[in-house]
Design a protein around this ligand. Structure first.
Ligand code: KMH
Ligand code: ZN
Length: 271
């Protein structure tokens, strides 16, 4: 079985300091959290930027500062968000891709997102794809619901995406596919040929779905973007605490954890 790639989703666009006092918000805080997560076993950090007051932003200069500060501290794959926050324009969301990070997310369709709608019309998705190709950024395809995997398969069939692809199965967003073992097993059965996959369980789904992915040969995403709790009623003290637990579980069942260099090779990221 391939070594386990752990992604730390450090900040997200929605979680607040009120919900999670240890949420990293400034570039310095995000870079420090990235370094702690890398030391705990993360090979990838999924990054969202915020203004100093906590408001989500896709400001290129803030992403540049975050990336520079992370690189000064440690070796880890930086994956920028192109999801941003609900309501942002496509152009706004794409801005950090121009910085040529190693990876960026690409959401494969529109979905209800709590009380909001996360809009990803086909024309925008194609524009995101072409921009990532232009800047040689490896996409991680975000799958919130089953139809999104079929959209990705259509792109592969049309030849606009060359496999093998890397996908993130995001399970448990209110309005999207449930964070259950059955959802994970179904999506796994529908993966494009040769795809690598990670699972991001939301809230209480994070740990059980991560444990499944470790056993099944998938990869794992944890972090405050998706879940602020360590266990029921007990907030996590840091993103690194969540990463360390995944690395510990993996080691216990004899699945080795990938370094950033090993993750680049597994995901065919050109450095
Ligand atoms: N904040 C969500 C609306 C991504 O990073 O690409 C979208 C999101 C996905 O977080
Ligand atoms: Zn995100």
């Amino acid at each position: 079985m391939d070594k386990l790639i752990i992604t730390a989703a450090l900040t997200g666009a929605e979680v607040t300091r009120e919900q999670q006092p240890a949420l990293p918000v400034t570039p310095d805080e995000i870079a420090r959290a990235a370094e702690e997560c890398a030391a705990a076993g993360a090979a990838i950090v999924h990054v969202h930027a915020r203004y100093p007051d906590g408001t989500p932003t896709q400001d290129k200069a803030i992403y540049a500062e975050i990336i520079e500060k992370i690189r000064a501290r440690c070796d880890v794959i930086v994956q920028v968000s192109t999801g941003g926050a609900v309501g942002m324009t496509a152009a706004e969301r794409l801005a950090p891709v121009e910085l040529r990070p190693e990876m960026a997310t690409l959401s494969m369709g529109s979905v209800n997102f709590g009380d909001d709608v996360f809009l990803n019309p086909p024309a925008d998705m194609e524009h995101f794809l072409h921009t990532m190709k232009e800047f040689r950024v490896k996409p991680e395809f975000e799958i919130f619901d089953a139809g999104m995997l079929h959209s990705l398969q259509r792109w592969i069939n049309k030849g606009v995406v060359a496999g093998p692809v890397h996908v993130d199965l995001v399970l448990g967003v209110p309005g999207a596919m449930a964070g259950t073992p059955e959802s994970l097993m179904f999506l796994r059965s529908q993966l494009p040929h040769g795809a690598t996959w990670t699972v991001a369980g939301i809230g209480a789904a994070q740990l059980p779905l991560a444990a499944m992915a470790i056993a099944l040969g998938g990869h794992v995403r944890v972090g405050f973007e998706d879940n602020v709790w360590f266990r029921k009623g007990e907030l996590a003290t840091s993103n690194a605490q969540l990463v360390a637990r995944i690395a510990r579980i993996a080691r216990e069942i004899e699945r080795a954890v990938a370094t950033p260099g090993e993750a680049r090779a597994l995901l065919r990221i050109e450095s």
